[in-house]
Every structure is written in C-alpha cells, then in structure tokens.
Write a protein that binds this ligand. Structure first.
Ligand code: T5A
Length: 211
C-alpha cells in the first residue's frame, strides 16, 4: 500500500465545535510571519473556489439531508481539490500551511460520528488525498462547553451544528482515539482554558516541533 506523504510544514488544527481553532491559527500565523516565514492558512471543507461551493452544499441546512456516504464523498471531493490546488503547491513553494481541519475530521465526524467504515475513509485518504499533516493540534473541549461558546457567538447553526450532543460526544472520542494512536503527530491541548493559555500552549508546542 502506498504510504501517505508528509511535508514538515504541513500543520492541521482539529477539534470539536467551538474549540477555538481560528484563535489558535491566528496566533500560530502571527508568530511564524514575525519570524519571516510565509504562511498559507486555509480551511476544510473549502480552501479553493470549487471546494468552497462543496462546503455550501455540505453545511447549508436548506438542502435535503445528506446520507453519511454522500457527506463523506463530498468532504473528500472538496479535500482532493484543496490538496491539489492549494495545499501541495503552497508546501512545495516553501510556505507553512495551517489547515483548519483535515482528514482527521472525516475520521471523527463521518467515521466515529456517523458510523462510516474507517477502512472506507482510509481508502479515500490514500487514493484521493495522499498526504497527512506532519503536526496536528487537537483542541479538546467538553461538548457542552464548546457548544455554549458557539451559541454565545450567535448566528444560525449549520447542518452539522444542528446534530445532537451524542453525535458530538462520539466525534470527540473519535478525535481522542486518533491522537492516542499517533502521539508523534498529535499535540492535544486542553481547549477549555482561557484563550491566551491555549494559544501559548500551541506556540510552545510549535517551537518544540521546530527545534
Ligand atoms: N467537517 C469538516 C466534517 O464533518 N468532516 C470533515 O472532514 C471536515 C473537514 C466545518 C464543519 O464541517 C465538519 C465539522 C464542522 O461541523 P467549521 O467552520 O470548521 O465547519 O466549523 P467549526 O468547527 O464549528 O468552526 P468554527 O470556526 O465555528 O470554530 P472554531 O474555529 O473552533 O472556534 P473559534 O475560534 O471561531 O471560536 C468559537 C467561539 O469561542 C470563542 C471565540 O471567541 C468564538 O466566539 N473562544 C473562546 N472563548 C473562551 N475561551 C477560549 N479558549 C476560546 N477560544 C475560542
């Protein structure tokens, strides 16, 4: 089986709803840029015009409910485009890529959350994606606390945010299981801490990774 390729400057940020991924990405980006590095921050699903259109299909609650398989295939359709058009060209040009979610989200949401077979996800990962981050931050937070943050932020919930707490409990367990299985790649951060503490933990892990 062909191994997944990795690039040392490919970093993903994962977590459940309201974990604070955007906050951490902004902190990592500022520090890297201040050190003269080029940084591309991007997100999934999305990150190219076509992939952003797929994102709308996935998250807009106005569409008919997607089956777990449809949802999985759309996530990977967006990811395949994103990898070829944005992520790999940026990495090959020497930039850091900070990706808000990547394939671990599919294992957690579609695999652990929806019950899609992990072997099917692994096949899509190998054949349609081909790359894996070198470093992944998992921002871990209790489901109720994360959802409370999302509610206090306001705005209408998207199709996935409308799921019940039990779904997000399975997602959280799915992420933690992946982190446990691959401690070299994952850095798990307690995202219930104040924002500056979470950002400082991510920055110190990044510095240790680069040393
Ligand atoms: N999805 C995605 C899948 O199902 N499968 C996949 O393969 C992929 C790639 C994507 C949705 O798609 C699903 C997962 C998602 O449901 P998204 O835009 O990534 O959508 O959705 P969210 O994870 O919900 O992203 P958000 O941007 O909404 O959340 P963040 O980035 O984690 O949180 P952030 O930084 O915006 O913070 C949320 C709020 O909390 C506050 C912030 O100020 C903000 O108001 N906050 C804190 N408050 C107190 N203490 C802290 N430490 C805080 N950190 C943040």
């Amino acid at each position: 089986m062909k191994p997944l390729q990795t690039y040392p400057r490919f970093v993903s940020i994962e977590g459940g709803e309201g974990a604070g991924k955007s906050t951490v990405i902004n902190a990592l980006r500022s520090v890297l840029e201040a050190q003269g590095e080029r940084v591309v921050s991007t997100r999934e699903p999305g990150g190219t015009p076509l992939a952003e259109m797929i994102r709308d299909l996935l998250l807009d609650p106005a569409h008919e409910p997607a089956t777990p398989e449809t949802e999985t295939l759309l996530m990977f359709a967006a990811r395949a485009q994103h990898v070829r058009e944005t992520i790999v060209p940026s990495l090959e040009s020497g930039a850091w890529v900070l990706c808000d979610r990547f394939t671990d989200s599919s294992y957690a949401y579609q695999g652990a959350g929806r019950g899609v077979d992990a072997a099917f996800i692994a096949t899509l990962e190998r054949d349609c994606v081909g790359i894996v981050p070198a470093l992944t931050f998992l921002l871990d937070i209790d489901v109720a606390a994360g959802r409370a943050r999302m509610h206090s932020r306001g705005g209408a919930p998207d199709r996935i945010e409308r799921e019940r707490d039990e779904f997000f409990q399975r997602v959280r367990a799915g992420f933690l299981h992946r982190a446990e299985a691959d401690p070299r790649r994952f850095r798990v951060i307690d995202a219930a801490q104040p924002m500056d503490v979470v950002a400082a933990a991510a920055l110190s892990a990044l510095e240790a990774y680069r040393a």
